[in-house]
Design a protein around this ligand. Sequence first.
Ligand code: ADP
Length: 174
Amino acid sequence: MKISVIKSDITTIKVDAIVNAANTSLLGGSGVDGAIHKKGGVEILNACKEIRNKQGSCKVGEAVITTAGKLDAKYVIHTVGPVWNKGGFEKEALLRNCYQNSVILANQNDVKSIAFPNISTGIYKFPKKIAAQIAIGTIKRYKNNNTIEEVIFVCFDEENFSIYEKILKNDTTI
Ligand code: ADP
């Protein structure tokens, strides 16, 4: 499995699946969620509504998969990151679950290439360094245990990009 980092807008990436940092409502929001729904179109929202009708909201740490609508990707995997200032120790485990459950869904849907945003590091205020170590560490743990060939971490801001570059270069995952 190839792991890389780029600085870009995730809605422009051509991979089998892009991951969305959604919220529990699955009905769209701001940040990367808003960008994905805006560019991907109403098909994504309709698919999310269907999922809501079946299972209700999406819990923190869990993930669901939909069409990617008008985007270049085939699928959007929506996962709900934890809010940093809510709850105790479980925040880190919940962020780990986001990456883990996204990988599981990707495998179930024969996804060979997947792009992740920096989940929870925007409005949800997770410290960027800790979030990056969790993201990379969780993906590395799956390295030999799935059918995904390529994982791209898509950073929107320079700070996240340089944190990811450093961790990937020096392998300082936790
Ligand atoms: P959360 O609520 O999980 O914190 P946000 O969307 O606020 O979600 O932020 C998550 C990360 O996504 C942040 O690092 C933010 O800079 C980044 N982001 C925002 N828009 C995009 C985009 N179009 N492509 C990739 N990353 C984005």
